[in-house]
Design a protein around this ligand. Structure first.
Ligand code: ADP
Length: 418
């Protein structure tokens, strides 16, 4: 190889190296620009050169899309907040630990809160009622459906009755809804007072009528068959009205009693012996009444209330079971709590009626209930008594085959024998 050729080759190599270095430098500059943008994405996306142009223009397009989506999201969020603000009901968003995240104007008014000051605070530190704390703890334990709780509040000098409800949302968040039910509570008090007063006022005239009817029937027994029938009918109906008034008064007392039930130690097995004896009188030998599985467990509660509730369930079983049927009662400590059950082989109840059974005067079959001497208030009394004892009523029934009514008490109501 000649010296000229060698010189040419060296020159070419040097040129190549310089071009490569320039290219490398350009690549490094573009890569640096990209890194700078990634660290600070709010800055301008750099202009790209060569193959980088496509990368940067793709990034630019993506960035625009993300900005558009963000703007849409912010708009939706604003809309949602505005809509929630306009709600007449209060809404408080709580995190999994029950710190306040956000609340609307109605909630602020109901509880006398301040979004700036109270955001991030535990809701239990701001709503201080003991019943609310118990409600919140029970909800956090189960995170299931809960019944609304009524609270008497006085925020900003205004006394209010507010119904609150906790609902699980998202993964672990909690939604606290509140509704001003002051007016509703006021009319409810008027209704209760009215029923209590009417029942009370009816008692005396009814006692007089029943008494004189009885006396009249024994002093002057009517001669004719028709008159005897009419007198018996009058005595029957007066009896029925007496039972109705007595049940109405019991229900009023249970509803109006803000105090928890008495805390007596109830010997349930002993109580059931007495209830079954009464049921035998009602059955008049037409049914097979059995006590199956009675455990020696004592219950803490109001003896008279429990007697009335259990007695109602057993008397219903007798009244809605045809002659020859069986009625079995049991009292057991089970994993789900202390359970009293009455099972009958009676007429049963169609499924669609089950949710409404405990409403006042709700009857599956009006004719049948009147014929069996029912007042239509028995299960309403049972429901109230159980509610007062933190117990629930479970009903299983099959039409034509029979029913099982179970009263389930929390295990904490078990008591040691006195
Ligand atoms: P009533 O005085 O009419 O029996 P309750 O409140 O005790 O009122 O019961 C409500 C309705 O539930 C009854 O009218 C009856 O239709 C139905 N019911 C209650 N217990 C039973 C039962 N063991 N078997 C069938 N139906 C029942």
């Amino acid at each position: 190889m000649t010296g000229d050729n060698l010189g040419f080759l060296v020159g070419l190599l040097a040129l190549l190296i310089v071009m490569l270095a320039l290219l490398l430098h350009a690549q490094i500059a573009q890569r640096r620009a990209l890194s700078r943008w990634l660290v600070k994405p709010e800055s301008e996306i750099p202009d790209g050169r060569g193959p980088w142009r496509e990368v940067f223009s793709l990034l630019q397009r993506r960035e625009k899309e993300v900005s558009r989506d963000m703007a849409r999201l912010v708009r939706s969020l604003d809309h949602f907040r505005l809509a929630t603000q306009a709600l007449p009901d209060g809404v408080i968003l709580l995190d999994d630990q029950t710190h306040i995240d956000w609340m609307n104007a109605a909630a602020i008014q109901h509880f006398g809160l301040d979004l700036q000051r109270d955001a991030g605070t535990l809701v239990g530190q701001l709503i201080r009622q003991g019943e609310f704390h118990a409600y919140l703890s029970a909800f956090r334990e189960h995170r299931g459906e809960s019944e609304p709780l009524q609270l008497n509040l006085s925020a900003g000098g205004t006394a209010r009755v507010v119904s609150v409800l906790l609902i699980p949302f998202a993964d672990a968040g909690i939604l606290l809804l509140s509704r001003d039910v002051t007016e509703l509570a006021r009319t409810e008090v008027i209704r209760r007072d009215f029923v209590a007063n009417v029942s009370h006022e009816l008692r005396t005239p009814l006692t007089v009528i029943s008494g004189f009817l009885e006396q009249f029937a024994s002093d002057h027994p009517p001669a004719g068959e028709a008159a005897r029938k009419h007198l018996a009918l009058m005595a029957d109906q007066a009896d029925r009205m007496n039972r109705l008034v007595a049940d109405l008064l019991t229900l009023s007392r249970l509803e109006n009693d803000g105090q928890p039930p008495k805390s007596e130690v109830i010997d349930v097995p002993g109580l059931l012996v007495a209830i079954l004896a009464e049921a035998r009188v009602l059955s008049a030998g037409k049914h097979n009444l059995v006590a199956s599985g009675i455990e020696a467990v004592m219950l803490q509660g109001g003896r008279e209330e429990i007697r009335s509730a259990f007695g109602n369930l057993v008397s219903n079983a007798v009244r809605y079971t045809a002659e020859g049927g069986t009625i079995a009662v049991s009292w057991k400590s089970e994993p789900r709590g202390l359970v009293f059950t009455v099972t009958d082989t009676g007429i049963g109840i169609p499924k669609e009626h089950l949710p409404r059974l405990t409403e006042r005067f709700y009857r599956v079959d009006k004719g049948r209930s009147a014929a069996t001497g029912g007042t239509g208030l028995g299960l309403a009394i049972v429901k109230h008594v159980l509610l007062r004892h933190q117990a629930r009523l479970e009903v299983m029934s099959e039409l034509g085959r029979g029913s099982t009514f179970a009263a389930v008490f929390p295990a904490s109501r078990a008591a040691a024998p006195p």
